[in-house]
Design a protein around this ligand. Sequence first.
Ligand code: CP3
Length: 350
Amino acid sequence: MCAHQKTKEKKLLTVLRGGRVFPPPIWIMRQSGRYLPEYHRVREKAGGFLKLCQNTSLAAEVTLQPIRRFGFDAAILFSDILIIPYALGRNLHFEKNRGPIMTPITEREIAKLDTKYVVERLSCSFETIEKVRTVLNDTIAIIGFCGAPWTVATYMIAGQNTLDQLPARLFSYLYPRAMQTLLNYLADISADYLIQQIKSGADVIQIFDTWAGVLDQISFEIMCVAPVRRMVQRIKQIYPAVPIIGFPRGVGQRYADYVRKTGVTALGFDWSVPLSFIAKLQKEIAVQGNLDPLRLVAGGRSLEEGVDTILTELGRGPFIFNLGHGIMPDTPIRHVEQMIQRIRGNPDNG
Ligand code: CP3
């Protein structure tokens, strides 16, 4: 099936239902953010990143900035995956050049976590989505999101960004029951949070499992696959038709296992995954990815080669163009424009 420029159609949804659209729909992870001068202005006005997430008019404004500037096919809610631990009462702030800082959670604190009214405390995200919905035209999808339980747990346990999530991995071996309790809490809260995002107008959901790739085989099953499956089941009970994109970064050939066992609708790939392997999975599901964000920083031939190779290998099936991870803050805007031109100007060779 090849859909061409029908009006009033969200290309992203056509693809996620298994259709082919060429040129493919485009959005990029972290598309609202520090590479945009207009983002810095609004962030300053809000008085900081966390305040910006909670100021729904300004959060809606930064959600829309990359759509206005680049004409992406999807808007992603402006918030952060750590808003859930924040709503759970964990202390959180963001430091320049260090990222998120939290007080590491202990085994005892996990047993005492109060999970009541957490979703209510996240109402800013729902309001932001409602505000975005009122101004977006009907061809642009809204993506809701949250972090996967494992990835959110890694920050709660370490209290900061680490290279390979050593503190959380060790914690899971030393205190497996506390870890399981935490993952189950996070899975249920996150699923309810996503259900409410859909109710507020999100067309699609993405679950970010940024740290799935550091787990060994046993832990991958227990800490990545099982909690995400639990979430997918809970969401599908209420919204069986809303597509869910899983992004288990860095899991290599386990991507195949992940999609089969979790029941997600589609997969987002990091740049290390071979395109021929992705193309095989694409026979069954829609795929998204996977340009190395550094090619976008570099621009020129490096960017063109990266884009062309991906389009050649994946453009024939249900495909969403994206980066393999978030856009880097020092990415020149000109390069983003060139990337989009290269994709949209590409002759339909299917
Ligand atoms: O994609 C979008 O434009 C929507 C907003 C969004 C943000 N974070 C805004 C943000 C989304 C979807 C996220 C997801 C997120 N947050 C992930 C998963 C995706 C990934 O990139 O791996 C993770 C692991 C986080 C946690 C987080 N938030 C970190 C580690 C950091 C610091 C490092 C960094 O990239 O800045 C943040 C801060 C953050 N989240 C910023 C933005 C725009 C920068 C805050 C600022 O303005 O200073």
